[in-house]
Design a protein around this ligand. Structure first.
Ligand SMILES: Cc1cc2nc3c(=O)[nH]c(=O)nc-3n(C[C@H](O)[C@H](O)[C@H](O)COP(=O)(O)OP(=O)(O)OC[C@H]3O[C@@H](n4cnc5c(N)ncnc54)[C@H](O)[C@@H]3O)c2cc1C
Length: 329
């Protein structure tokens, strides 16, 4: 670990003023400290944001919720309003990490956690995400956990978050503040595909701090389900995960949301696939067609072809479970 300066600002403006390209904000530290210990991240200045007033969950005027960036993953998952109105989010968070990690991990930090690609974490090998232009050994190496959608020649890493898959399906918005002022980023635009710049995971500028996540009032809460497929029953990242939510009128689909995790550099959604479900009756055939459409551009690497079949089955199951969720036994 290299030497670094440490500051603990007391308000957002001071935190933003202190930030630079070589500094890092630190919240729970559950990802950043690992990256620093492995020499993957070498900030010259750690800006501890845990003293900022970003720990609250508040109702918004239009019936949604505003979640402070420092709300812990545990407090968010167990909050009564999240459990009632956004069970998809609660399920996704509780499917991730461990109770101890969820107590430390923050909402903002979860969005910005780095990939779990083995080569990214090994400072002795090339990695375009770590050292742009150095190469991508994952493409021809051990790529069982890697992307099947939206990858590039430069990078086949996936985004590892569970929370973000639910936030994508719920059409959350990310509130950020930087030296140029505050702005709001639609969740679908927040993370990016690797393209020719895999070192950049998202659209944040170096001086921008996430202050809050906003959830819209429309939550499709009644018929929703988060399904995570992993190598172990707990404490493992997703091989494939699915956030599915439906609005139903009897058996008729009025609205649909479908997001995949573990398959791409960002949570994967295709609005055309969701639109095609609208107006159809709940059926295995409709869900199977949606799965085929969502995966039609999937490209397997040598070791991860199984993810295409797995994702297909997981999509059908998650939509089927969402359709019957909330029904009285
Ligand atoms: C063993 C293990 C298992 C895990 N399993 C899962 C899992 O199954 N599913 C899952 O989703 N996650 C999992 N995680 C990841 C965990 O959820 C993240 O590490 C955590 O959410 C990050 O939050 P943090 O507050 O600790 O972030 P930090 O480690 O403090 O920060 C992470 C990054 O975010 C930046 N940052 C933090 N807050 C802000 C902010 N407000 N504005 C701007 N930048 C900010 C930091 O600069 C840093 O770059 C696991 C982690 C570990 C260690």
């Amino acid at each position: 670990m290299n030497p670094f300066q440490y500051s603990k600002p007391v308000n957002v403006q001071e935190a933003v003023r202190l930030s630079s390209a070589a500094s890092r904000f630190i919240a729970g530290g559950t990802n950043l400290l690992d990256l620093m210990k492995e020499n993957i991240s070498r900030p010259d200045h750690l800006i501890d944001i845990t003293g900022l007033a970003l720990h609250d969950i508040q109702e918004t005027a239009d019936g949604g919720l505003r979640i402070g960036a420092l709300v812990s993953n545990a407090d968010l998952a167990w909050h009564p309003l999240i459990e009632q109105r956004y069970p998809l989010l609660s399920q996704a968070i509780l499917a991730g990490a461990s109770p101890q990690l969820r107590n430390m991990a923050s909402t903002g930090g979860n969005l910005l956690q780095r990939t779990r690609c083995y080569y990214f974490y090994d400072a002795t090998v090339p990695c375009n995400k770590r050292e742009p232009g150095s190469g991508c050994p994952a493409r021809s190496g051990l790529n069982r956990i890697h992307a099947i959608l939206g990858a590039s020649e430069q990078c086949v890493a996936t985004h590892p978050s569970d929370m973000c898959v639910a936030l994508a399906a719920l059409e959350a918005r990310v509130h950020v503040e930087g030296r140029a002022g505050a702005r709001v980023i639609e969740f679908a635009d927040f993370h990016r595909l690797p393209g020719n710049a895999p070192q950049r995971d998202n659209q944040l500028a170096d001086d921008e701090l996430i202050t809050a996540i906003e959830l819209p009032a429309d939550s499709l809460a009644r018929h929703s389900h988060y399904l995570k497929i992993r190598d172990r029953a707990s404490y493992a990242f997703a091989l494939v995960s699915v956030a599915a939510a439906l609005e139903l009128d009897g058996e008729l689909i009025i609205d649909a949301r479908l997001a995949l995790g573990g398959v791409a550099h960002k949570p994967w959604r295709d609005r055309a696939v969701e639109a095609a479900l609208i107006g159809q009756a709940v059926s295995r055939e409709a869900f199977s067609n949606a799965a085929d459409a969502l995966l039609q551009d999937a490209e397997p690497l040598e070791h991860n072809g199984f993810k295409i079949k797995l994702a297909r089955r997981a999509i059908i199951r998650a939509l089927s479970d969402a359709a019957v969720a909330g029904e009285q036994p």
